[in-house]
Design a binder for this molecule. Structure first.
Ligand SMILES: [Zn+2]
Ligand SMILES: [Zn+2]
Length: 237
């Protein structure tokens, strides 16, 4: 009985998701103090729209000054580097599905910090053949958990990916422009109509995918569209 009680207080395999060290005090991020201190949180000034770090006093980065996006604001918790990079790779490709829980907790903090106040949370969908192959959509897991933590409505299967695409990273600029045409479709307009919507994904790279989804969500009648990702690729200026 004493052992049962101990297990309840200190569940086994309560280890840091980054270094595997045992954690003794229960913490929602499943991260030891030492790793937490060293995580690449984005604390610098960022573009008010896309979330790229900017060194000037301007409100928007060069790219956003030149062209408008369909999403209103995109933010990420971390830079896509170091422990976060390997953590996301484990989450997506090594079957470490459980990582959605601590990662969603980090996202919930950022959501509150940015005062997003959305009516509904959705995610970047993946094509159904990819879903069958991987078994889960990492963005969907994050979005669902985030909606639970924040007590915000969750739009499941309202936005679909109806065409297979090449990974954006493997394409040149011109191919990227056409790669995403007619790829996403809103199949449940009432999920977004007159609402402020949050789109969730794991990584923000150029924002092209998020922007495409924001476009169809706005065409479905959404008011504002925000985006929140775990990590943001560092763009060299
Ligand atoms: Zn650690
Ligand atoms: Zn920008």
């Amino acid at each position: 009985m004493f052992n049962n009680l101990l297990n309840l207080l200190y569940p086994e395999n309560l280890t840091c998701i980054f270094c595997d060290e045992e954690i003794f005090d229960n913490n929602i991020y499943s991260t030891c103090d030492n790793c937490y201190k060293n995580l690449p949180f984005i604390k610098e000034k960022v573009c008010d729209r896309c979330g790229d770090v900017i060194k000037s006093m301007a409100t928007y980065c060069n790219r956003c000054q030149k062209s408008k996006t369909n999403y209103d604001k995109a933010r990420s918790v971390f830079y896509y580097k170091d422990e976060i990079r390997s953590c996301i790779k484990r989450f997506k490709f090594d079957g470490c599905k459980y990582l959605y829980k601590p990662l969603a907790q980090f996202m919930a903090e950022k959501y509150k910090e940015e005062k997003f106040y959305c009516d509904v949370i959705t995610y970047i969908p993946i094509h159904e053949t990819r879903l069958k192959l991987r078994g889960y959509n990492q963005a969907e897991l994050l979005a669902k958990e985030l909606s639970k933590i924040l007590n915000v409505e969750f739009a499941e299967n309202a936005l679909l990916k109806i065409k297979k695409t090449m990974p954006q990273a493997e394409l040149n600029y011109k191919q990227r422009q056409t790669n995403l045409i007619d790829v996403f479709k809103v199949v449940n307009k009432s999920a977004f109509k007159n609402k402020n919507v949050l789109i969730v994904d794991d990584i923000f790279t150029t924002g092209a995918t998020i922007d495409n989804c924001a476009s169809v969500i706005k065409k479905a009648g959404a008011n504002k569209v925000f985006a929140l990702t775990v990590a943001h690729t560092i763009i060299e200026e």
